[in-house]
Design a protein. Structure first.
Length: 164
């Protein structure tokens, strides 16, 4: 006997939530001339710069989880807008270092404030940004993000004799 159609899968719900949040952030930062992806890049760069780092595009890609080629494209657009500067790394002429300009820092501070207010609103069903349920939710998301993407290859010599 069927109990009806199964509910949505966790993957579908994560996808829907990610899209909802991306659209919300896109709308919130659009008046500042940013997209959600650009915001992710400048906000990460802002935090890294405050920590004394002048990251390469590769390092910023690793930090944000964005593809290096996409970070390069975003960085060029942000440079054209006067928000970041791209310079060659003196230690590695193949690498490009990124830094926020003064205008980029000002826009990023505004964007961070806008997004923090948005996050408070989006997380209100869990009690808000600083609520215990939000911290638990963040821990669960971190666990999922820290898990390796690909399972071991079945015919890989290093996995023979092991059980999943």
């Amino acid at each position: 006997m069927s109990k009806g159609a199964p509910g949505p899968t966790p993957g579908f719900l994560v996808w829907r939530l990610a899209n909802k949040w991306r659209v919300s952030v896109d709308r919130a930062v659009a008046p500042l001339g940013l997209t959600h992806a650009q915001y992710s890049l400048v906000a990460s760069l802002y935090g890294m710069q405050r920590g004394g780092e002048r990251p390469s595009q590769r390092r910023l890609a690793d930090h944000t989880g964005l593809e290096a080629l996409y970070v390069s494209k975003l960085a060029r657009a942000l440079e054209s807008a006067g928000l970041i500067e791209r310079t060659r790394d003196p230690r590695d002429p193949r690498a490009v270092q990124l830094a926020l300009t003064e205008q980029g820092q000002a826009v990023t501070r505004q964007a961070i404030t806008v997004v923090q207010e948005l996050l408070q609103q989006l997380l209100q069903p869990l009690g808000g940004l600083d609520a215990p349920r939000t911290r638990a939710f963040t821990d669960e998301l971190t666990t999922l993000l820290d898990a390796p993407l690909a399972p071991p290859v079945p015919n890989d010599e290093s996995t023979k004799g092991t059980r999943p």
